[in-house]
Design a protein around this ligand. Sequence first.
Ligand code: CA
Length: 614
Amino acid sequence: MRKLVFIILGFFFSALCFAAEIQRIEPAFWWTGMKNCELQIMVYGPQIANSTLQFDYPGVNLKETVRTGNPNYLFLYLDITPEANAGTIKLKFTEGKKTISRDFELRRREHSAGAQGFSTDDVLYLIMPDRFANGDPANDVWDGEPINRADQYARHGGDFAGIEQHLNYLKDLGITAVWLNPVLENRMYQAGYQGYHGYAITDFYAVDRRFGTNEDYRALIGKIHEKGMKMVMDMVFNHCGILHWWMNDLPATDWLNNQQKPKMTTGSMYSLFDPHSPQTEIDAYTDGWFVESMPDLNQRNRLLSKYLIQNSIWWIEYARIDGIRHDTHPYADFDFLTEWCKEVMDEYPDFNIVGETWYSNPAPLAWWQRNSKINTRQTNLKTVMDFALNSAVQQAFTTDENKDFDLRKIQEILAQDFLYADPDNILVLLDNHDMSRFPKKGETDLRRFRQAMAFLLTTRGIPQIYYGDEILMYGEKEEGDGLLRKDFPGGWQGDARNAFTKTGRTALENEAFDFLKKLLHWRQTSEAVKHGKLIQYAPEWGKNCYVYARRAESGKTVLVILNGSQKEQTLPTARYSGVIGSARSGVDAITGQSVDLQHNITVPAKGTLILDVL
Ligand code: CA
């Protein structure tokens, strides 16, 4: 009898152990009504691969069970047919006499706001979430990692609540979409790394709790949608953080590239299309680790590829994000990227993905864009980032007051748009979190800022602004990346001033802010700028004036005149008659002043005119 009790108890405890030891099921839930019926579920727990799965749920079938050689992982492939209704699937894992049940929720797919993509109608505003505003000091510290605002590389405490508190500020400024640097968990401190920037992800299904919860993120996006704005999520599929939970027990022997012995990335992102490059150069580039703290994911492993693709779809469906910015795009496996972009766009045809394609000339950018004219392989990447134009802008808009702006550099880059399959879906930027800020320390002459912003917001493509540019925040790359990501003044309790308010800004900052605000709101109303054709005139030697027009199909035209020279210039309008037509005048978008277009236009030194042609 006693023996029997022990046997029963032993059985009970072993079943309990087994039960308790399914540690993760990812994704945690899914949806009915998706176009792609296949769902992969990763199950993690000691010896889980020794069990078999059974369930009985109308419209859902088990297609395949995959074991990897690591007994602690089981990958399930389910077929969620269109007949399946929302509900709870009782997954039963059985090993010998032991059985454990786990609930898996199928939610009904919602078709509420979101997943609407971003386009030339939008202006993106990039925020480093740790550095914008701290709306909830209670969530600042986790995992023993202190906050220290005096340390440029430490966490500063910014969060979703802080962003939410300033949505009216963003709306008032006139931006239409928010891009946050990665918000997923970066639990890197115990390995000696400060993961405030977000690019070392340690859990692909959880936002970092120092920003808030998954539900907080979802709620923030709901509020953004209520205000008529959009959210772009930063994703990283090339690598993960060295303390990602699966690094202690990798799912397969080929989960990472160079898994047995880490090898850093070498070579060049140009090798990918270089007709003179051996394959070994490409492999060294794409399979090497980005840095020691960020292991390189092998997306050629079909389980991992599916896991990552599904992860992005989970975030779109769950949080209703409107677009994705994908980090270090060329570093990941080419075929994986193509498949990922295809599956996302198949599920959400209006969606948009922009890849971080850091090339300083147009041909490689055009090579990466979908339906490329110069790439025999399909990338399916709708939008690329115009680092070529960015580079030209940096060179053109010199801070040397004794030099002209070299606007030819800009015209020459845009002249190469013939390479692109789709010159509208190109993200244009003056700066971002990885480069010196466009405004400079001590700069009091705003002509450079005004002209560059005017260009950014009236040229072709989708403009992106970096947080703080509107109040002339500065920071140089040489001083450290952390200083490119300074705290927005007023985002923290007790800050000396609050630059989110007019009274908290200096007169110069208000001048910059007001200019940008005016321009952003005007842009929202300008069909010509949002959708018009770009027509540009080469700057004349000596005069250094860059003149271009945006013309909508309706005929509505905006004429932009940038005087890059240090002298007032007078331009005979006959040269631009093709875009001015019979119009007699134009109205300046900023000053509201009427400008005569019949004979000559006079533009002050380094002056800017943005004219609605009448
Ligand atoms: Ca906080």
